[in-house]
Design a protein around this ligand. Structure first.
Ligand code: COD
Ligand code: ATP
Length: 193
């Protein structure tokens, strides 16, 4: 029987990557959709062509690397264009994620980390929550993005209410409720089913 696939999502700076790394230390294989998307955007020739057609040659630097800063500056202020990029990237990442799942048949369960998540594809969904002001502080420190740039990304993401509708489990990563205990408890629960 294939292992269950648990989705983990949260807004920018919520801490979903940090929390996914704790699960990974506990021995759970983690698929990081944002990282794989960037790898595929650089290395999959069909996707490269498709994005160059949509965004123009500036989407890639002369070195061949994906010009993330330039693309970010265009798409996070343009929901229609971001939707177009997603429509091209998502099916490729989905296919890659399905291939990855098949390679981990022995795991207790699998974790699929993504900034964008829909109901239906996963056995259960974990949502990582943190107050918006704290998320902004974390990302400023991590990325050096401006507050305006972070707020424009937040405006493009699901709202806290939309995310909580998806949640089977919530991890509160708000600097008050110890996160390690929450992860250990949830891991024990997920292993026992
Ligand atoms: C827009 C891009 C160039 C921004 O790259 P950059 O390195 O500057 O930032 P990064 O990827 O770390 O994203 C910054 C924040 O925005 C979030 N984010 C990224 N893509 C999206 C999106 N399509 N919708 C909403 N939020 C997004 C990230 O989770 C993170 O919280 C890049 O993320 C991208 O090409 N995204 C579109 C395709 C994609 O990755 N989709 C998600 C996985 S399937
Ligand atoms: N509980 C915490 N205590 C201290 N620092 C934290 C905590 N949670 C997250 N951080 C830090 O905040 C920053 C954002 O966390 P992380 O990168 O995990 O968020 P994310 O939800 O994956 O964000 P993104 O959507 O941008 O990828 C990181 O630098 C991380 O180390």
């Amino acid at each position: 029987m294939e292992p269950r696939v648990i989705g983990i999502t949260g807004g920018i700076g919520s801490g979903k990557s940090l929390i996914s790394r704790i699960f990974s230390v506990l021995g759970i294989p983690v698929y990081v959709a944002d990282d794989r998307a960037k790898w595929l955007i650089e290395h999959d020739p069909a996707l490269r062509n498709s994005l160059t057609g949509l965004l123009g040659p500036e989407a890639y630097l002369p070195s061949g690397a994906y010009n993330r800063a330039w693309v970010a500056s265009r798409v996070f202020d343009n929901p229609a264009l971001l939707g177009e990029v997603n429509a091209r990237v998502h099916p490729r990442v989905q296919q890659d994620g399905n291939d990855w799942t098949k390679q981990h048949a022995d795991a207790p369960y699998l974790l699929y980390e993504a900034a964008i998540m829909k109901q239906g594809r996963f056995d259960k969904i974990i949502v990582v929550e943190a107050p918006e002001e704290l998320r902004i502080r974390r990302v400023k420190k991590r990325d050096g993005r401006t507050e305006d740039a972070i707020r424009s990304i937040i405006a493009r993401q699901a709202s806290p209410g939309e995310r909580s509708q998806l949640a089977d489990y919530i991890i509160h990563n708000d600097d008050h409720q110890p996160v390690l205990r929450q992860v250990l408890d949830l891991d024990a629960k997920l292993r026992s089913r």
